[in-house]
Design a protein around this ligand. Structure first.
Ligand SMILES: [Zn+2]
Length: 291
């Protein structure tokens, strides 16, 4: 019996289960089957009149010989299953699997493209919580984020920390949602409040609008400009199944440190925890005393 093969198969099975489990919390392309919970997502409403939808191309009246136009593609929606709507989530409940979720805040920026390269190199994807003002500035980068298979989430327009009225929260979140759609063609019901603040009005409004408020369980403090290997070590040493990791692709030097730490993940198998790249997440398993 080839034990190596069997072991490999067992690990692959674990990875697959983890992948499926994590996907239950994180983005998924809407399916056409009616059983998919995404089909129940309410449409965005209350869009300001001048920003309702991306402008549609003018369609000329077609001559008789023109083939009938294709039906409009179903929009990509990043949304959790219904039980997570209007909830605050710190980590995913995943059993029998060893996956963690990477999240990047405050982009998109030029650095986002470099992070995408590293993620692609490791066949991993992440969730990017974007600022509306950056989406307006770098719509093409947001598009690449989604095209590369990553999810996109709402992180408000201005990144205010102070208390806001419901009207301000509405402007900040709704306009950002509009620009997520304009730039990437996707809709998102994933929300992360600036600074993780839950009591200044944003989270309440997001919950009211059916977003899932995505917090985190691992904060390697990349914003303190710690060395990349320190960031990587924090993530690796704290990694447990379903963990959500807070990283940054915007906001200055933090993004560079995050990217560099990401490069270190697959090479950290000399420690107790192994992180190996996997699509949608990093698969991590406790290293057993082999040999
Ligand atoms: Zn932020």
């Amino acid at each position: 019996m080839n034990t190596k093969f069997t072991k490999k198969l067992a690990i692959k099975s674990i990875i697959l289960i983890g992948y499926i489990a994590l996907f239950s919390l994180f983005p998924k392309k809407p399916q056409t089957t009616s059983s998919n919970s995404i089909a129940q997502i309410p449409p965005f409403d209350n869009f300001p009149p001048n920003l309702q939808k991306p402008p549609k191309p003018q369609i000329q009246p077609s001559p008789a010989t023109t083939p009938t136009p294709k039906p409009a593609e179903q929009p990509l929606v990043f949304a959790p299953p219904t039980q997570f709507r209007s909830q605050i989530v710190y980590k995913a409940s995943i059993s029998n699997s060893k996956v963690i979720a990477l999240t990047f805040d405050d982009g998109p920026t030029a650095e986002t493209l470099k992070i995408l390269e590293v993620l692609q190199k490791h066949n991993a994807v992440a969730t990017f919580f974007c600022l509306g003002r950056n989406l307006r500035e770098y719509p093409e980068i947001a598009k690449k984020v989604v095209q590369a298979g990553n999810a996109i989430g709402n992180h408000t327009w201005h990144h205010y920390y102070h208390d806001v009225t419901e009207k301000t929260a509405s402007n900040e979140i709704d306009y950002t949602g509009i620009h997520i759609h304009r730039s990437s063609g996707a809709k998102s019901l994933l929300f992360r409040p600036p600074g993780g603040r839950l009591n200044n009005g944003f989270a309440d409004y997001a919950k009211k609008k059916n977003y899932v408020v995505v917090m985190w369980s691992i904060d390697p403090k990349d914003y303190q400009q710690l060395p990349a290997n320190t960031i990587a070590h924090t993530v690796i040493s704290q990694a447990t199944s379903g963990a959500i990791v807070l990283l940054h692709d915007g906001g200055g030097p933090a993004s560079k440190q995050s990217r560099q730490s990401l490069q270190l993940f697959p090479n950290s198998n000399n420690r107790d925890t192994v992180l190996s790249p996997y699509r949608n997440s990093y698969n991590c398993k406790q290293k057993k005393n082999s040999k």
